[in-house]
Design a protein around this ligand. Structure first.
Ligand code: UFG
Length: 334
């Protein structure tokens, strides 16, 4: 049997970058994705299977065909606002299906999982930077589904010897346009892709609230380049292979940037001034979310290498332009 790693949601934004990092490290990567959230299809470094993560027949085939060393579990619904409107589908997709996946893993004696968690498990920050001991009180169904899976992992670790790494991401951003990978969600709600779209097309950009208790009144976030995030997954996997000790860990940079700062850098990169409209605060937005990175540094000696704001926005812009040109070329051909 061939050794491999299984990546659910491997065609999505963070998943696809992680499959590339794993392939570069020499792992045979099998992706399981239903393509409901992603249009990325060209992943020549991986074997792509189209299907549902709770399709027991398909999972049995995969686990019989390969000696799966670990499952990287990205497949999930992620849009916070949607989770408030449709909690049922979030609990079904993010929690119930994870339970099915874990059950099949255990049936096949696959006992390592790297889970895509979120800083959303913390809820409103009681202090910043937030470390892993910060109380978990998620304010959205999305955050609660992530925390529910974390509890499941804890219990399964104790009862069934599962080894897990729960990575609590801060704001994943940036692209690897040279590999055709970038950020694209439907609907898009994330700041950097929205700014790039609006500025390059001369449309208005929206700032959701400029009356927060921050330096310039706009929300502060910890933007981590998706390439650094992908590397963190590889490190977590190696840690599980070597020590089999489970861990919960923040993945951020420890540096916060306000919406206005991100806007200024994006205007610079696009060489164009934005038309700005200040809107009311967006429901559920915390004023400041910044990670304490001590554990990441201590356990993994991990330092983000691509996460300065200029590199993030420049890479996202390059990918944005590449896609625009591809769309234009397609239009001319048609
Ligand atoms: N924002 C704007 N204008 C926009 C879009 C966003 O001002 O057009 C602001 C938001 O209000 C927020 C900041 O930009 O203050 C960042 O917003 P994003 O939507 O890019 O990211 P979030 O911080 O809201 O979301 C991130 C992750 C989610 C996770 C959440 C946890 O992307 O997956 O943190 O709070 F759930």
């Amino acid at each position: 049997m061939k050794k491999a790693v299984l990546v659910t949601g491997g065609a999505g934004y963070i998943g696809s970058h992680t499959t590339l990092a794993l392939a570069i490290e020499g792992y045979h990567v099998v992706i399981l994705d239903d393509f409901s959230q992603s249009q990325t299809v060209d992943l020549p470094w991986a074997e792509v299977m189209h299907g549902d993560i709770a399709d027991v027949v398909l999972l049995n085939i995969i686990f019989k065909r390969y000696e799966i060393q670990a499952v990287f579990h990205f497949a999930a619904f992620i849009e916070v606002g949607e989770s408030v409107k449709r909690p049922r589908s979030f609990y079904d997709n993010n929690v119930s299906k994870t339970a099915t996946l874990l059950a099949v893993m255990l049936d096949h004696d696959v006992r390592r999982i790297i889970f895509s968690s979120s800083c959303a498990v913390y809820g409103a920050p009681q202090y910043v930077p937030m470390d892993e001991f910060h109380p978990t009180a998620p304010v959205s169904p999305y955050g609660r589904t992530k925390l529910a899976v974390e509890f499941m992992l804890q219990d399964y670790a104790r009862a069934y010897g599962l080894g897990y790494a729960s990575l609590r991401y801060f704001n994943a951003s940036g692209a690897q346009w040279e590999h055709g990978l970038g950020e694209q969600h439907t609907p898009e709600t994330h700041l950097i892709p929205l700014l790039l779209d609006a500025i390059t097309q001369g449309r208005e950009v929206y700032i959701f609230g400029d009356d927060y208790a921050t330096l310039d009144g706009t929300c502060v976030r910890d933007y981590v380049h998706v390439r650094d995030l992908a590397q963190a997954h590889v490190l977590a996997f190696k840690q599980l292979l070597n020590k089999s000790e489970s861990l919960v860990i923040n993945v951020g940079t420890g540096v916060g940037h306000s919406v206005r700062e991100v806007l200024a850098v994006t205007e610079h990169v696009c060489r164009r001034a934005a038309k700005v409209q200040v809107m009311p605060r967006r429901l559920g937005d915390a004023p400041v979310l910044v990670s304490n990175t001590q554990r990441m540094q201590e356990i993994f000696c991990w330092q983000p290498e691509h996460s300065d704001l200029m590199t993030i926005v420049t890479s996202a812009y390059a990918w944005h332009q590449q896609r625009r040109q591809e769309r234009q070329a397609l239009h001319v051909t048609l």
